[in-house]
Design a protein around this ligand. Structure first.
Ligand code: PGA
Ligand code: ZN
Length: 424
């Protein structure tokens, strides 16, 4: 039984306030949950409760902490942490708004994750094994950023994530080894061109490029310099995050100084798919451009993974309507978009039931919290995205995967390239 619930303000990887909740069980075990924070958010995500005003750029979380102390903590005391569904339903009812804006999606996800951790601790199991419930589960295929752009790099380039997937790796740790070499080679290439300028929000190299395609060319060159065959051993994944530069079917590529309509952006991306060894594209069109997403999925969904992030916002109902429309073939799963563990799981289950691939994902604002590695593994999501291969809020997650792989009684295997969506 839950005896005590503590909530405190801690600080995320951008030095901004965030919420940590600690749930203490009567048996002496406990669980810790932390809310991450996005920068390129979907408009239908659970709403973060921030104080506004001047302090910390308006991002303080005192109201959300007060709500936990005043309403959530008293309602949790005496309950069994193992009743995740019951507790999450109670949190949703307590908040009472469709967007979780009253108590805050950040307060709810930190609480929900803390309860989950407390339940695993109470069962004396590592979180991933607690979630697996005796089923065989696999370590996920990592999707790792090499250049960070968009909202994570002062919009220096339009495209947000230039990533790699080590499709040739036979294990999680080998995928990290291969990515480490590509990341290093990309840094060397930038240095040689006099374009090395530090890293972006998620640890990817700062994108000093003249055109978006120059980033793709440099990525291919980095894969080759690292000694890998592009497309065979190491492939490219992109997060266009098109909602950041397009609305109402109009897209503005600032770097190219071009305005494209939905068909134009679609054609541009199809051309990239034909010219570059791309295996995955996230949010190719804006969240409000369903027709564009359907058209793009029709055009390349048999060859490329088409991922919905801002468009699907980890929502089971939205996944179902996307499937009915024929948009995307893979769902990005971010717990704080949904606001509770149970709703996150429901979105993942809906995706799997409809034949969609799934990627559990971190946010651009992260912490030392490694829960998502356990979610991706224990839920057998198949893929994991946590940003780049630098900065400890990212490396903590990759390193946790190595621990899961190398401890006694590890997950039963590695999802590998077979986890990628290929068709719908
Ligand atoms: P965000 O970006 O966490 O800033 O929203 C991550 C993503 O778009 O996948
Ligand atoms: Zn995204």
């Amino acid at each position: 039984t839950i005896q005590t619930v503590l909530a405190r303000r801690i600080w995320d990887s951008r030095g901004r306030p965030t919420i940590e909740v600690e749930v203490l069980n009567a048996d002496g075990t406990s669980g810790l949950g932390i809310a991450p924070a996005g920068a390129s958010r979907g408009s239908r995500e659970a709403v973060e409760l921030r104080d506004g005003g001047e302090r910390f750029g308006g991002r303080d979380v005192q109201q959300a902490l007060a709500g936990i102390a005043r309403e959530i903590a008293p309602a949790l005391v005496g309950r069994d942490a193992a009743d995740q569904a019951g507790i999450d339903a109670m949190l949703i009812a307590l908040d009472g708004t469709p967007t979780k804006s009253r108590l805050g999606g950040n307060a709810l996800i930190a609480t929900s994750l803390a309860v989950l951790h407390a339940a695993a601790a109470q069962a004396r199991l590592p979180l991933w094994r607690y979630l697996a419930q005796g089923r065989d589960v696999r370590l996920p295929l990592p999707q790792i950023q090499i250049f960070g752009g968009g909202a994570h790099a002062g919009r220096r380039v339009d495209i947000q994530d230039f990533m790699v997937i080590a499709t040739g790796a036979e294990s999680f740790s080998q995928a990290l080894e291969m990515t480490a070499e590509v990341y290093r080679a990309a840094g060397e290439l930038m240095q040689e061109r006099g374009a090395l300028a530090g890293v972006a929000d998620e640890g990817g190299w700062w994108p000093s490029f003249r055109r978006n395609e120059e980033a793709l060319d440099t990525l291919v060159a980095a894969i080759e310099r690292a000694g890998y065959v592009p497309g065979e051993q190491v492939a490219i994944a992109l997060d266009i995050a098109a909602s950041e530069f397009g609305h109402g079917g109009r897209y503005r590529l600032a770097l190219e100084n071009e305005e494209l309509d939905s068909d134009g952006l679609c054609e541009r991306l199809v051309r990239w798919v034909e010219r570059y060894p791309i295996v995955s594209i996230e949010d190719p069109l804006a969240e409000d451009d369903e027709a564009g997403l359907v058209a793009f999925t029709r055009a390349v969904g048999d060859r490329v993974q088409v991922v919905g992030d801002d468009y699907l916002v980890t929502s089971a109902p939205r996944v179902r309507s996307a499937a009915a429309a024929g948009a995307c073939n893979c769902v990005l799963i971010k717990p704080n978009q949904a606001g509770t563990v149970t709703e996150t799981r429901a979105a993942l289950d809906a995706a799997k039931a409809l034949g969609y691939a799934t990627i559990v994902s971190a946010r651009s604002g992260e912490t030392e919290d490694v829960a998502i590695v356990h979610l991706a593994t224990g839920w057998d999501a198949g893929q994991l995205k946590v940003g780049s291969f630098a900065r400890s809020e990212r490396m903590a997650k990759w390193n946790e995967g190595v621990r899961l792989q190398t401890r006694p009684a590890p997950p039963s295997g590695y999802a590998g390239r077979g986890a990628l969506a290929r068709r719908r």
